[in-house]
Design a protein around this ligand. Structure first.
Ligand code: FAD
Length: 474
């Protein structure tokens, strides 16, 4: 007979979002069950952020050798890809205990392995052998790779983010369908480790990002030798003796690209299949489960968070942010409103691209009278010392200096964006950054220099120049 559970919160999916909700609920003494059909830790730990950043870290080591001659250090990289594979596994294994069933059981969470699906608006069935009734449900089922409907693709062996980190031999020629963040990050990393890489993109790579910044990334990849076909649509795919062959339409012409391996990185689809959402009165579209500002679905006792929720951004930090809002709303009945104005996003290519808030074009479209401040990396002493002078920062404010957005392309951009996320989330004026003392010599000084540019026109005014002359005389 099926076991029956009655408790306060039932969380479906033990990825970034689900784990955060379960840990917080247990910490507040609320009874909670966490249901996971696959590996604890979800995409981020097993098939996403963690393995991709471990691979990128290995690739960075390989690329350092290529530029170290200028420092007077001469060495040739010798890639042992089997070792790289183990490095990735070791990093996952090091992080895994934080997300493990044992740790969560220790926190007081009931962890159940199995596939969850709704049978009515207040009941979930796990694998047919456990019935869960709860006051509140949180759907945190994440997303899966989109597989485009390209002729022959279904019958051709291909990799996705769920299988590429299982490779223990370096692909000879990796062809990547999709020039978004995942395609570019993985493409550059495999190329640096010695693979030939061709990326095929229908539109322009990083189409959703600031065009000027995206171009710097694309140019960097091209310079390194990554082949990129832009405005190219894949017509068909077939398996060959040596691997795969793609028929690609570029403008009026057609090209055949033969590779040893194919990676499909063509976007993500929210995981809504199999949950029987219709039985629970939960509406969804291809973009995900419909939610209101408090992340409640069309069934008031059910929330949806992370990649599964429509209208959000697909990042681990967004899933965690959602989790925090749901905990406040469901446990403490506090009013919450999900907003994305201050959510940073980073593409971990080299150079990195980090953005938060509005681009200048978007701010103009929204009717703001804007100011745009820039500062190039080449004017930063630390960047010169490290020979990492490619890139710039661009900050957008309204006419009074309230920070609306920032984009940084260059070394450590993902770290450097933090003060701008703070500025936007707290409604700060750019003066706050301009008046902060940053340590010298650090890359972070580009933030201050960009902020100071807001005051440059005033500093150049006749009156200010007269005062400065007067002070000097006095
Ligand atoms: C290659 C790659 C690199 C990435 N890099 C970054 C990065 O650098 N930074 C960043 O912020 N984000 C990154 N992301 C995105 C990030 O991984 C996701 O946004 C994040 O994992 C979403 O968390 P989640 O909780 O919504 O879903 P997930 O972490 O995917 O967890 C969902 C879980 O639900 C389980 N599940 C699904 N259906 C059921 C069911 N019916 N019953 C029980 N369990 C179920 C799944 O097995 C899974 O474990 C990357 C993604 C990829 C693919």
């Amino acid at each position: 007979m099926a076991e029956s559970l009655k408790l306060d919160i039932c969380v479906i999916g033990a990825g970034s979002g689900g784990l955060s909700v379960a840990a917080a609920a247990a910490a507040f003494g609320v009874s909670v069950v966490l249901i996971e059909k696959g590996r604890m830790g979800g995409d981020c730990l097993n098939y996403g952020c963690v393995p991709s950043k471990a691979l990128i870290a290995a690739a960075k080591r390989a690329s350092v050798c290529a530029i170290s001659g200028a420092f007077g250090v001469n060495s040739q990289p010798k890639i042992d890809f089997a070792r790289t594979y183990h490095h990735i596994r070791e990093v996952i294994a090091a992080v895994a205990p934080n997300d493990s069933a044992q740790r969560f059981a220790g926190l007081g969470v009931r962890v159940v392995a199995g596939v969850a699906r709704f049978t009515d608006p207040a009941t979930v069935l796990v694998d047919g052998d456990m019935v869960v009734q709860a006051r509140r449900f949180v759907i945190a089922t994440g997303s899966s790779p989109c597989i485009p409907s390209i002729s022959g693709l279904a019958d051709t062996p291909h990799l996705t983010n769920e299988t590429i980190f299982d490779l223990c031999e370096l692909p000879r020629h990796l062809v990547v369908i999709g020039g978004g963040a995942i395609g570019l990050e993985l493409g550059q990393a495999f190329h640096r480790l010695g693979a030939r890489v061709t990326i095929v993109e229908t539109a322009r790579p990083l189409a959703h990002e600031d065009a000027e910044c995206a171009q710097i990334i694309i140019d960097a990849l091209l310079r390194e030798g990554v082949e990129i076909r832009t405005g190219a649509s894949v017509q068909s795919v077939r398996q060959t003796g040596g691997g795969v062959e793609l028929a690609v339409k570029c403008g009026d012409g057609e090209e055949r690209i033969a590779g040893s391996h194919l990676l499909v990185a063509a976007g993500r689809s929210p995981n809504v299949e199999g949950l029987c959402l219709e039985k629970a009165g939960i509406e969804f579209t291809r973009a995900g489960i419909l939610v209101d500002g408090s992340l409640r679905t069309t069934n008031r006792r059910v929330y949806a968070i992370g990649d599964a929720a429509a209208g959000g951004m697909m990042f681990t930090h967004v899933a965690n942010y959602h989790a925090g809002l749901v905990v406040r709303h469901a446990l403490f009945r506090l009013p919450v409103q999900a907003t994305y104005d201050a959510i940073p996003r980073v593409t971990f290519t080299d150079p990195e691209l980090a953005q938060v808030g509005m681009t200048d074009d978007r701010a103009k479209d929204q009717g703001y009278r804007i100011r745009v401040m820039r500062w190039p990396y080449c004017e930063n002493d630390r960047a010169q010392a490290e020979r990492m002078t490619d890139g710039h920062i661009k900050v957008v404010t309204n006419g009074h200096g309230r920070v609306l957005g920032a984009a940084i392309v260059g070394a450590h951009a993902g770290e450097l964006i933090a003060p701008w996320a703070l500025a936007i989330s707290q409604g700060l004026n750019i003066r706050a950054v301009a008046e902060t003392v940053f340590p010298y010599p650090t890359f972070a000084e580009i933030n201050k220099r960009a902020a100071m540019m807001f005051f440059a026109p005033a500093a150049a005014s006749q009156t200010v120049r007269r005062i400065v002359r007067w002070l000097r005389r006095g």
